[in-house]
Design a protein around this ligand. Structure first.
Ligand SMILES: [Zn+2]
Length: 286
């Protein structure tokens, strides 16, 4: 079955991973800007990173028939340096002209600090002014519930932000309802142990339905599995769910969410999906 992984950090994965993902049916991915594993020291580091995301990774992916999209931001882990964060936010509009950029992300909170909130809100301001989609990272473990509430309060407090243009990612059993009931898209991250296993994701699908729901691997340089979306497909099949409902989660839903990006030709996004059609279905505006 063809699928889309809407959150994976291919900059830290090997070319073999692209090959294996393509063999399993991956036809498109989106790659949010994230923390490199260390705090970058200058805005020039981000300039190079954004060039890598928007120009280099799409070439690596296309060698395997995979369409590559990206999201731009400075990660919450680096938000304590507010002056650097502001320089990076000023840099982003230059890259919003690139045809494969979907919006601002993954912005969010990490330790729920005041500086993180400041930088989050300045990203939201940029997204509102430039009418960009938003991808939101929610914090880990003990900080997740409170952080998710803070994020939703900030987004709901801005009348310009429409929830159907925002995805709240890394939801778990205790945060999925909060995000879904406010009308946001939600992302479930399939990690081998933490966050959400494929089995727990299917449990939540069975409880909350497939509407506005994405599943992703969030594969990066840590323990993660770039083939976890196919694992989710297998678990759905194992429990007797039909092809069309599975396809809605792993293909149609990301197409619909991405298709709201004004750089993509939205009329093509609702066309039926057959084979590797992403290249034409996601054709960018000329
Ligand atoms: Zn991520």
């Amino acid at each position: 079955m063809n699928y889309i992984d809407p959150h994976i950090h291919m900059i830290s994965r090997t070319t073999d991973d692209y090959h294996r993902m393509a063999r399993c049916g991956c036809v498109a991915i989106s790659e949010p800007a994230f923390w490199a594993g260390f705090d970058r020291g200058t805005v020039h580091g981000f300039d190079d990173y954004f060039r890598h995301l928007t120009q280099i990774e799409p070439k690596r992916a296309s060698a395997f028939g995979i369409q590559h999209y990206s999201w731009l931001c400075i990660n919450a882990k680096e938000a304590e340096n507010v002056s650097l964060a502001r320089e990076v936010i000023q840099l982003i509009p230059r890259y919003l002209t690139q045809p494969n950029v979907l919006g601002i992300g993954e912005i969010g909170l990490n330790k729920n600090t005041r500086n993180e909130c400041t930088v989050f809100l300045e990203h939201v301001e940029l997204a509102a002014q430039s009418q960009e989609l938003i991808l939101v990272h929610t914090p880990h473990l003990q900080d997740k519930y409170q952080g998710t509430r803070m994020i939703l309060d900030m987004l709901n407090g801005d009348a310009r932000i429409r929830p159907e243009r925002v995805c709240i990612d890394h939801v778990e059993e205790h945060t999925i309802r909060l995000a879904k009931e406010s009308g946001f898209w939600i992302g479930m991250t399939l990690y081998p142990t933490t966050k959400c296993t494929p089995q727990r994701a299917v449990d939540m699908i069975e409880q909350y339905g497939v509407e506005r729901t994405l599943v992703n691997s969030a594969g990066d340089w840590g323990p993660s599995d770039p083939l976890s979306v196919p694992e989710f497909i297998l678990e759905m099949k194992r429990r007797g769910h039909g092809e069309s409902i599975i396809r809605q989660v792993v293909y149609d839903n990301p197409m619909t969410f991405f298709g709201q990006c004004h750089r993509l030709r939205s009329t093509d996004v609702n066309e039926p999906s057959v084979g590797i059609t992403t290249r034409t279905s996601f054709a960018v505006k000329r």
